[in-house]
Write a protein that binds this ligand. Sequence first.
Ligand code: AVI
Length: 319
Amino acid sequence: MQTNLTAVESQFLNETVAGLQASPKFMLAKYFYDERGDYLFQQIMEMDEYYLTNAEMDIFSNQASHIANLIIKGDTPFDLIELGAGDATKSIHLLRELAKQNLEFSYFPVDISAHVISELEENLPKELPDLNIKGLNGDYLDMLKKAAALSNRRKVVLFMGANIGNMNLDEAHEFLLSLRKLLSKGDMLIIGFDLKKNPKQILAAYNDSKGITSAFNLNLLERINRELGGDFELKNFEHYANYDPESGACKSYLISLKDQIVHIGAAATISFARDEHIYMEISQKYALEDIERLALRSGFQCRHNFFDANRYFVDTLWT
Ligand code: AVI
């Protein structure tokens, strides 16, 4: 392992060790997304079982002009700031619609993955040559502050893909309160929630038959081996997902298949008991009433709900 770590690497090391020394053990899902993690998440989004992508695509491909009409207020210029932009395959429908109308706006895609941002900056202008784009790599709220420092136009924030689901209910509330503080009157938030539905359908999305979600979770152990000098043996851990229809929490874990000791370089030595779990990620599902309540508690008003044809998913516009 390198001894001279960058600030980002030190944070990865410190947060990883803290999570593995906690009881129960946990890891932070934000670290899933290295280059291989991005690739595996892409594969997840293409699986039949992962209905979320098609559902939100249905909304954006069929209702982009309606969404655009609600965003446009006269011809006041604005900034469209997309938190967790990914490959923008859904938001591009909205970008095309806005571009058609000759509006004055800039697009700030924000993503935790540097790789994703550089691909977007390279590829989007090929499709939308007149688009004013500036990618921001980093934490959502920090980058939202940065976008606000770069321009004083009104803000339309997109937070799609059910990324809010990767926070538990309290974290989502805290996050939305902080986001609300960075917005002013006239700004908007369009946020995507995966809705509660048949528990078997939800569980299948996180426990797919080809084992892609399992590989996605195990990749974080590989990443720790590669970047932090860890010695996890991947065959000694198994992916486990469950869904609780009452709370709407779908959670993923890695289970230790034996008593074992793992080193994180020279920084830490971690013991695992057989059957011990590492909590990896939550993907929280919502009922419409939960969403209304969350909006009000965080200081927003729900203005419009956009559903897909199956009503699996909702993108909701808040002011
Ligand atoms: C990024 N996020 C919304 C995904 C989700 O559905 O929670 C991440 C994911 N994890 C496993 N599959 C997909």
